[in-house]
Design a protein around this ligand. Structure first.
Ligand code: PHE
Ligand code: FE
Length: 286
């Protein structure tokens, strides 16, 4: 069976992965032996740069897990990472050719299997890449899957995604993923820190997310997040700040069905605009 390729954002972008090797659930083999020495070297350079940048900016949970993972020298074998992850939180990572359809993605998350793209960006994309590649998926997402509360949140999100699909509320639920899993900030005793993978794997956004006075930093409020649109190809104009993973888990544990009904008829908020009731955070001194 050959699975349909998936593209990111505007559908004019050609798909980057080889979908002919994907199984029905969109997983594939990592084919680790096929990575070239240059690719291992590029990965190691990406890792080294980002490791320097996350110090003092990423949340403690992320930094701790990253340190234990020791996946700095070359592209890791997904099986090795999975083995540790299974021991920690019963999660696994699985290889995928690239972006996968939403229902396949949700199903994997609901099974505590996190899809990681097998291809790595080119050297020309060292600083910026629009669509997620192996480095983003692995460096950005995998460390927090070692945190028990965050791990449960991700599974709940997968289940919630399948439900949102049935209720035509995917656009709303996708915003929650965007503003937490990809671009979330967390308030800590030492100031704001980053836990969102889209920031953690991006050199430009990592420097900016905590320090630039321009973007809004708004206290997490479920309905506010579900109503806020986002842009996929520029630095974010708004970040939402959680107090803790426990708060995130608790605020999202409730049944979203009545919330979807309430919010679906309402207009969305544009990114980058303050709304009444927003709890604003100032840029944190480092
Ligand atoms: N509680 C949500 C629902 O009923 C599911 C969900 C959990 C969604 C966690 C996102 C994150 O749909
Ligand atoms: Fe991501």
């Amino acid at each position: 069976m050959s699975m349909v390729p998936v593209t990111y954002g505007a559908s004019s972008r050609p798909p980057r992965g080889d979908y002919s090797v994907a199984r029905a659930d969109y997983t594939c083999d990592q084919s680790w032996d096929d990575y070239s020495p240059q690719q291992h070297e590029l990965y190691a350079r990406l890792y080294a740069r980002q490791l320097g940048l996350v110090q003092g900016r990423a949340g403690e949970e992320f930094l701790q897990a990253l340190g234990q993972l020791a996946m700095h020298a070359r592209i890791p074998r997904f099986e090795d990472v999975s083995e540790r992850l299974t021991r920690a939180t019963r999660w696994q990572i699985v290889a995928v050719p690239g972006l996968i359809p939403e229902d396949a993605f949700f199903r994997l998350l609901a099974q505590r299997r996190f899809p990681v793209t097998v291809w790595l960006r080119t050297p020309e994309e060292f600083d910026y890449i629009v669509e997620p590649d192996l480095f983003h998926d692995l460096f950005g997402h995998v460390p927090l899957l070692f945190n028990p509360v965050f791990a449960d949140y991700m599974q709940a999100y997968g289940e919630g995604g399948l439900k949102a699909q049935r209720r035509n509320a995917l656009e709303l639920l996708a915003r929650l993923y965007w503003y937490t899993v990809e671009f979330g900030l967390i308030d800590t005793p030492r100031g704001l820190r980053v836990y969102g993978a889209g920031i953690l794997s991006s050199p430009g956004e990592l420097a900016r997310a905590l320090a630039d006075p321009q973007p809004l930093r708004i206290g997490f409020e479920l309905r506010r997040v579900l109503r806020t649109r986002y842009e996929i190809d520029d630095f974010q104009k708004t970040y939402f700040v959680i107090d803790s993973f426990a708060q995130l888990f608790e605020q999202t544990a409730q049944d979203f069905a009545p919330i979807y009904e309430e919010l679906l008829p309402l207009p969305a908020y544009p990114p980058g605009k303050v709304q009444p009731g927003d709890r604003m955070f100032a840029v944190s001194a480092r």
